[in-house]
Design a protein around this ligand. Structure first.
Ligand SMILES: *[C@@H]1O[C@H](CO)[C@@H](O)[C@H](O)[C@H]1NC(C)=O
Ligand SMILES: *[C@@H]1O[C@H](CO)[C@@H](O)[C@H](O)[C@H]1NC(C)=O
Ligand SMILES: *[C@@H]1O[C@H](CO)[C@@H](O)[C@H](O)[C@H]1NC(C)=O
Ligand SMILES: CC(=O)N[C@H]1CO[C@H](CO)[C@@H](O)[C@@H]1O
Length: 374
């Protein structure tokens, strides 16, 4: 290893999340653009048992909120790391808290990596999301509050809400005389991890298991609007491909890109695919009935999940740590189509694509393989 020549040295911050895992895997692929890559993967907590060791060359554990811890871990690497892939996120009490915490984390890391001259760091890819266009997640203002009209595109300005994505973009841009950046904005992220704050697929898988266990119907918690209209999602493999592409392609420098699978679906059809994969009966939405409140329904199911985990011998997880019922229900009740255009990506030469139904089937298989769901 020591004598091996690496063209590029990556630091993936948030490597145990869905996107981080896929980015590390994409970088270690023998055909990765800009490679061969030496990959440092970083997370706040120690390596989980399901994390495939071969995914990274070195696993680092540090708390980016803590500047001493960050410096102690990264300082020796500041003369090595050429690319940072930022997919870390910490969700706090409110958006002000999110802005503060996430900006501090990013600043702490960039400060260390630019402390020595010459600066080795050449590029950072920053992952944000399409809430750039719809206001922050869990935004609970009036339903007629300002938002952009879909399809969302990158030139749309910032909405007048506090949003930690803006703060992170500003931190990155403040370093633009030292290194370049690309910004990546996924929609609903689909991948496999039990360390992601927002994991729609795992949340739905857990919900389906609970339905099976209780013999209750797998009901759709959204509205008729999202049931019938279009939405998109972002497979972490496509997302990873775009991060790597953005990191090494001169032309992509200092640009922001939407990142979705490149197709659209209705939740009605997706619900059919999910039902089939999870082995539950496909339950049509009662279009005239009251909305089904999944958040309320799942409130007291922690012990039931513990029991399922125990019975099936799954990786030990806690319901509240691996699910985000409120976020999913929120998305399934949007009164606009969650559709981002991949227009700019294509014009710049990025053509990543995956069929969203196949994607969901693939990742459910992975979650099973990783023994996170039965
Ligand atoms: C960071 O760590 C390095 C080496 O461990 C040390 O020399 C340096 O003073 C530290 N910087 C700060 C700001 O703490
Ligand atoms: C689908 O979207 C259109 C345009 O926003 C809207 O007029 C229509 O009512 C929606 N369909 C349903 C079933 O809500
Ligand atoms: C595609 O993107 C370009 C900007 O790169 C824009 O000028 C054009 O209007 C877009 N086309 C559509 C159909 O949105
Ligand atoms: C950068 C890019 O591709 N932007 C496009 C996103 O999609 C919308 C709708 O098709 C376009 O208007 C943008 O130009």
């Amino acid at each position: 290893m020591a004598t091996m020549q690496h063209a590029s040295v990556a630091l993936v911050v948030g490597v145990t999340g869905m996107a981080g895992l896929s980015i590390a895997q994409a970088l270690k692929s023998p055909t990765a653009e800009g490679g061969p890559w030496l990959v440092y993967g970083a997370a706040r907590r120690p390596k989980p048992t399901w994390f495939p060791s071969s995914t990274v060359d070195h696993f680092l554990t540090f708390d980016a909120v803590n500047s001493d811890d960050t410096n102690a871990t990264l300082s020796p690497l500041s003369t090595k790391i050429t690319h940072v892939f930022w997919v870390a996120i910490q969700v706090g009490l409110d958006e002000k808290d999110n802005i503060n915490t996430n900006s501090v984390m990013l600043s702490n890391v960039l400060k260390v990596l630019t402390a020595h001259r010459p600066i080795k760091l050449r590029h950072i890819t920053l992952q944000t999301g399409t809430s750039q266009y719809v206001g922050p997640c869990h935004f609970t203002g009036p339903s007629d509050a300002a938002q952009h009209e879909p399809p969302f595109h990158e030139e749309m300005g910032r909405l007048p809400y506090p949003n930690f994505y803006h703060a992170l973009e500003d931190v990155v841009k403040s370093y633009s005389s030292y290194f370049s950046y690309t910004i990546h904005r996924p929609s609903i992220i689909i991948g496999a991890s039990c360390r992601s704050v927002y994991n729609a697929l795992l949340t739905l898988a857990v919900y389906a298991e609970i339905c099976k266990h209780e013999n209750t119907p797998f009901r759709y918690p959204g509205t008729k609007y999202t049931w019938k209209n279009f939405s998109d999602m972002s497979d972490t493999r496509v997302l990873a491909e775009q991060h790597v592409w953005g990191a090494v392609n001169e032309k992509a420098r200092n640009e922001a890109f939407n990142c979705t699978n490149g197709d659209v679906f209705t939740w009605k059809r997706m619900w059919g695919v999910l039902s089939e994969e999870f082995g539950v009966e496909f339950e049509l939405l009662d279009e005239e009935g009251e909305l089904f409140d999944l958040v309320e329904e799942m409130k007291d199911k922690g012990q039931m999940w513990d029991k399922i985990v125990e019975e099936k011998g799954l990786v030990k997880t806690k319901l509240e740590e691996i699910t985000c019922f409120a976020a999913i229900q929120y998305v399934m009740r949007f009164d606009f189509q969650l559709v981002s255009s991949m227009n700019i990506s294509k014009e710049f030469g990025f053509f990543g694509y995956v069929d969203s139904f196949k994607s969901v089937r693939f990742w459910i298989g992975k979650l099973r393989e990783m023994n996170i769901i039965p």
